[in-house]
Ligand binder design. Structure first.
Ligand code: SF4
Ligand code: SF4
Length: 338
């Protein structure tokens, strides 16, 4: 039944804009997918992109949610001007950061402009995180977390599971709990060459063991309201969890778009496909004319998943991980242990 038939207005759905406002970063992490560092969006780009995004939201009856990231978004000299603009336009936004540049002043400004949350990347306890992200990075990120939580800004920690960092996850969960992190979520590293896969990617057996461990921690850190510090909401993390009442679906091409600092549009930052440039037209026209976006909107169930009870929702798991390791975009998840 349509909204015209019921007489009720349809509730808008969310459409996320993940915006890499700069490719520059103050760190140089082992698994970083940002190979070029030359671009930063200009203040004129801010206006053009937000105008186009708002027109797109209005035409599609969506509500917006801007994920600001980089590189490291806080190295952009006009970062706080952009926050001011987002607040003026009443657009929901959050910040995805390595946390190292969030001192007391930055935290206060992020809180003032009303970020919904800040996501800080931590890839292990001090020694492991610093090995991946550089000496001193862990302590500086933790300081950023403390500055934000002191102001009641919700902090999410993101953990990239890869060879050599999975064993410290329980200790990291403990640290996150002590530092009042709202959610510790994790996903697998995405690789794009056989050498990288060999060096960084978990085997299926390692991934399965890690999922089990994360599910144990999810139970251990469960709160009275049913939420948990340790999240198991990403691809395949529901397998074997009897309490899971959801199943992750890859969002690429569905309800999100990524814009890089040079204007390139991608269905997801973790998939290496560019589908145009925001500076060449309106968002709606660019997205609807692209054959890959059309295919991602209605992805086929992979052959290896046809007999699976989760096929309709999971549809093959994480496209980015599988594509990076096998070159197949619509294949069964390379780490699926079902
Ligand atoms: S078999 Fe396919 S659909 Fe089922 S859980 Fe594995 S990847 Fe997902
Ligand atoms: S491509 Fe990967 S990161 Fe992107 S939405 Fe799909 S599963 Fe998530």
């Amino acid at each position: 039944m349509t909204s015209q038939e019921t007489g009720r207005a349809e509730r808008p759905t969310r459409f996320i804009l993940q915006w890499h406002i700069t490719h520059r970063c103050n760190l140089s992490c082992v698994h970083c997918y940002q190979k070029d560092t030359a671009y930063s969006a200009s203040p004129a780009d801010f206006t053009e992109i937000l105008d186009k995004y708002e027109r797109f939201l209005k035409a599609g009856n969506y509500y917006g949610y801007v994920y600001l990231t980089g590189g490291e978004p806080l190295v952009h000299p006009a970062f706080f001007t952009l926050l001011e603009e987002l607040r003026r336009r009443q657009l929901l936004f959050c910040v995805l950061s390595n946390g190292t540049l969030i001192d007391s002043r930055a935290a206060n400004r992020i809180a003032w402009y009303g970020a919904e949350f800040v996501q800080v990347s931590l890839d292990g306890t001090r020694e492991i995180h610093d090995r991946i992200r550089g000496k001193g990075a862990f302590d500086r990120a933790l300081r950023g977390i403390d500055e934000l939580t002191a102001l009641e800004v919700p902090v999410l920690v993101s953990f990239t599971a890869q060879k050599g960092n999975t064993e410290c996850f329980p200790e990291l969960a403990k640290i996150c709990s002590e530092h009042r992190v709202r959610k510790l979520w994790w996903d697998r590293v995405v690789t794009d060459t056989p050498e990288e896969t060999e060096k960084l990617a978990l085997s299926t057996a390692e991934f399965q063991a890690f999922v089990k461990q994360a599910q144990r921690l999810n139970r251990k850190y469960r709160r009275r309201d049913g939420s948990s510090l340790v999240s198991c909401e990403r691809s395949l993390q529901f397998i074997g969890n009897r309490r899971a009442d959801f199943c992750y679906t890859c969002h690429a091409g569905q309800d999100m778009i990524t814009i890089l600092a040079d204007g390139s549009l991608m269905p997801c930052r973790r998939l290496p496909f560019t589908i145009g440039n925001i500076h060449d037209g309106e968002l709606e026209a660019l997205l609807s004319s692209d054959p890959l976006m059309e295919k991602l909107k209605h992805p086929p169930v992979p052959e290896g998943c046809l007999a699976c009870a989760h096929a309709d929702t999971c549809r093959g798991g994480a496209k980015c991980v599988t594509y990076g390791q096998t070159g197949s975009l619509f294949g069964k998840d390379v780490n699926c242990f079902l």
